[in-house]
Design a protein around this ligand. Structure first.
Ligand SMILES: Cc1cc2nc3c(=O)[nH]c(=O)nc-3n(C[C@H](O)[C@H](O)[C@H](O)COP(=O)(O)OP(=O)(O)OC[C@H]3O[C@@H](n4cnc5c(N)ncnc54)[C@H](O)[C@@H]3O)c2cc1C
Length: 394
């Protein structure tokens, strides 16, 4: 079975990459272990702050216009507090933009990208399917899928051939491991505790963030009087939060956010995910590229994890779509162009986020004074503040 590009993993990064080849000459094989879950009746506690740059890409590939507008929340203001009297505000109005970001539920976006991909004539979906063996030769790659008899549930056992394979298979990427690409992981010893709540007072489309001695607490606006909470906190504290009853958790989270939106009532049970920074010195190799969490992971305090994945997909698709017809899409120069285009932004965000996480950890009062002074100084320098906003917008 001959294709131009094989993408392993149809999460947000892989599915958006596949969708970006709509109407192109490339034939795409998209290999996914499991299809997205059916639409839940309630709210998804895994949410993303989609930057304007990532939103532009989703618009370009035709997925954004299909998202239910009643489930999208624009963020107009950001209110950031230090662990003493430090304060920093960002506003869409002051920065001359319509919104700073959009808050979108993960499940809704995943299903919409899945539908976008299914509408495309040049994509063949292999799902559920698992790769078994990857061979990279000078002129092509071949990927053997697990045969039906070996897995019990899978129906495929084909060997796919293509000019390029893309690993979009998440943080524990099988493709990355097969290619022997190094991944340096730093475990923070923290978890992101996520849950959604109704709040007694309106949030006015403001995202709140507190740098606290017990981690970074973010309240992100959802439609109506609802918020999504992400508390990045040491594992022991995360487990304690997960063990609280619904009422106890609401009280704890409301108090940690200085009761800014009044009393909270639960919408979803809390869940948690481990936090790590992962750097891959090389995201391309011969006839191979990595995108999304397969290529990098960052602490969620910047809210940019998935934006990096979407912009990987945008840059890789651009590099390949620009190729003249006589070049195949495993072209080394195009892959290097992609790697160069992503290197600076990914490294800068990873180290800034990591630096902030480290800066707010020590409990000594001298550190506390210094970091809160830093927040206040930035807040008083509109030029620096607007520069930060412009950079975050992409
Ligand atoms: C429980 C949880 C909650 C989270 N909450 C937040 C949050 O609130 N905010 C935030 O910014 N980030 C959050 N994250 C992180 C965020 O989900 C990831 O950054 C994002 O999903 C990365 O997208 P991706 O497409 O690169 O990888 P993934 O979402 O990991 O997608 C990889 C895809 O590849 C498939 N796959 C993997 N291996 C194979 C294989 N061998 N064969 C075939 N298919 C394969 C998987 O089934 C999956 O569909 C959370 C993560 C977890 C686990």
């Amino acid at each position: 079975m001959r294709f131009d590009i094989i993408i392993v993993g149809a999460g947000l990064a892989g599915a958006s990459l596949a969708a970006a080849f709509k109407g192109s000459r490339y034939r795409i094989a998209l290999v996914e272990g499991r299809a997205p879950a059916p639409a839940p009746s309630g709210w998804d506690s895994r949410i993303y702050a989609v930057s304007p740059a990532a939103q532009g890409f989703l618009q370009e590939i035709g997925a954004w216009p299909h998202l239910d507008p009643d489930r999208l929340t624009p963020v107009y203001d950001m209110d950031i507090r230090g662990d003493a009297d430090g304060r920093l505000n960002f506003s869409a109005y002051d920065s001359g933009v319509d919104q700073l970001a959009w808050i979108v539920e993960s499940g809704l976006m995943q299903r919409e990208l899945w539908e976008t991909v299914k509408r495309q004539g040049n994509i063949t979906l292999f799902c559920p399917a698992q790769p078994q063996q990857l061979d990279i030769r000078a002129d092509a790659v071949s990927l053997r899928l697990v045969p039906a008899s070996a897995s019990g549930v899978l129906t495929s056992g084909e060997t796919l051939e293509a000019a390029l394979v893309v690993g979009a298979d998440g943080a524990d990427s099988w493709v990355r491991a097969q290619a022997g690409l190094q991944a340096d992981t730093l475990l923070y010893g923290e978890m992101g505790v996520v849950a959604n709540f109704e709040c007694a007072q309106p949030h006015h489309n403001t995202a709140f963030q507190w740098f606290r001695p017990d981690g970074v607490l973010a309240w992100l606006p959802l439609p109506g009087q609802r918020i999504s909470v992400v508390w990045s906190t040491p594992e022991a504290h995360a487990r304690e939060l997960l063990g609280l009853d619904a009422e106890g958790l609401c009280r704890r989270i409301a108090a940690a956010g200085a009761n800014r939106l009044g009393a909270l009532t639960p919408l979803t049970p809390p869940t948690a995910f481990p936090l790590r920074m992962m750097r891959t010195p090389r995201i391309v190799a011969k006839r191979l590229a990595l995108v999304g969490d397969a290529a990098h992971a960052i602490h969620p305090l910047s809210g940019h994890g998935i934006n990096l994945g979407f912009l990987d997909a945008r840059e890789l698709s651009r590099a390949l779509l620009e190729l003249p017809e006589y070049r195949d899409c495993g072209d080394e120069r195009a892959l290097r162009r992609y790697a160069r285009a992503r290197a600076e932004e990914v490294a800068l965000l990873q180290w800034t986020t990591h630096g902030l996480q480290r800066l707010f950890r020590p409990q000594h009062p001298a550190f506390s004074a210094l970091r809160n002074l830093g927040l206040n100084l930035t807040d008083n320098l509109p030029v620096v503040r607007n520069m930060l906003v412009r950079y975050a917008l992409g």
